[in-house]
Design a protein around this ligand. Structure first.
Ligand code: ADP
Ligand code: MG
Length: 315
């Protein structure tokens, strides 16, 4: 088999699009439901619905495999996919870079070191630590270290102390934080970045920005959850600085493909909020995306074809 696509049922538009495109090129391709895959470490093999399957040359894992998982499931995913990599499968994206990007604590360290503008970021495991950062930064975001669809992302703002309180966290916030700490153990805390206009998203493939759009419904909201509930997007013409920032972010994380969520500050400085190690594609996507040179769909296919040709050349 040439190409395997790991997704979740119901399979996404992107899975079917990729499958059809690769079939047209006479490449052998199959879509698999993550839930129905199992594997053995030693001897190494993979089973799908109880049948052994041959290893593909290339594996494309769609973001829904990563985002419907807890920390422990992610250990299994890492172990499974890394074993495939160790047995000669090329993964889009490579697994270590993917895991580094998914974890906001790891990725902020790598991005910061590479001079990509990102908010100050720390890990916190207690109300006391969170309180420390609220006092220090005055306006903060707390969120799970490994995000999933912007769930459990909260903003906390420093307030005047009440007469008998030692912290600016009010009891309701404290209960919320307590509950999040129970659920996640560790949270990521960041300085809140005030944006102008919309949040926007640049998609990068092999070092090139291939699409960009504004999340229109983010205008009056700090939180992209509002965008997710009411997705309205409009083409975004990225500035040179925005393009360079997104490419630098993706390159420093060693990803082939990524979707970079960004905001601009009042001083017009592009800030990276998140580098998603995956691409999103939906019906009529090209219509809302600003496409440089070629449609994003063709860029994905080209990227995979290039990798396959390279692998064949190496044999
Ligand atoms: N430091 C921050 N400053 C301002 N807004 C933020 C910050 N962190 C997150 N947000 C807002 O919350 C949304 C979700 O956060 P994100 O890090 O993308 O989590 P997830 O991985 O769950 O999508 C962002 O798209 C943005 O709207
Ligand atoms: Mg996000």
């Amino acid at each position: 088999m040439n190409i395997a696509i790991f997704d979740r049922e119901p399979f996404s538009y992107m899975s079917f699009f990729l499958k059809n495109s690769f079939l047209k090129l006479d490449l052998n391709v199959e879509i698999y439901n993550w839930e129905d895959l199992s594997f053995s470490s030693y001897p190494f093999y993979i089973k799908y619905r109880n049948e052994k399957i041959t290893l593909p040359k290339v594996l494309i894992t769609l973001s829904r495999v990563y985002t419907r998982n807890t920390y422990n499931d992610l250990t299994l995913i890492k172990h499974f996919l890394e074993s495939m990599e160790n047995n000669g499968v090329y993964c889009f994206n490579p697994i270590n870079p993917t895991m580094n990007s998914i974890n906001k604590l790891f990725s902020s360290n790598i991005l910061g070191k590479n001079q990509v503008s990102i908010p100050e970021t720390a890990s916190v495991k207690s109300i006391k630590e969170i309180s420390y950062y609220i006092n220090k930064w005055e306006d903060v975001i707390i969120k799970p270290a490994m995000g999933h669809g912007s769930i459990d992302v909260h903003r906390l703002i420093k307030k005047e102390l009440w007469s008998d309180a030692t912290t600016s966290i009010n009891p309701f916030e404290e209960i919320l934080i307590w509950e999040l700490l129970q659920r996640y153990g560790v949270l990521c805390i960041q300085r809140f970045v005030e944006k102008v206009n919309y949040e926007y998203r640049l998609q990068v493939i092999d070092g090139e920005v291939v699409s960009a759009f504004d999340k229109l419904s983010s205008l009056n909201s700090w939180n992209s959850v509002d965008y997710l509930k009411n997705q309205t997007a409009s083409p975004h013409i990225p500035s040179k600085l925005e393009i360079n920032t997104a490419i630098k972010a993706v390159n420093s994380l060693n990803l082939n493909w990524a979707t970079v969520d960004m905001v601009n500050t009042k001083d017009n400085e592009p800030f990276v909020i998140e580098v998603n190690p995956a691409l999103s594609l939906w019906d009529n996507y090209s219509e809302v995306s600003y496409t440089c040179n070629l449609p994003i769909e063709e860029k994905i296919i080209e990227s995979v074809k290039r990798k396959l040709a390279k692998m064949e050349g190496a044999i």
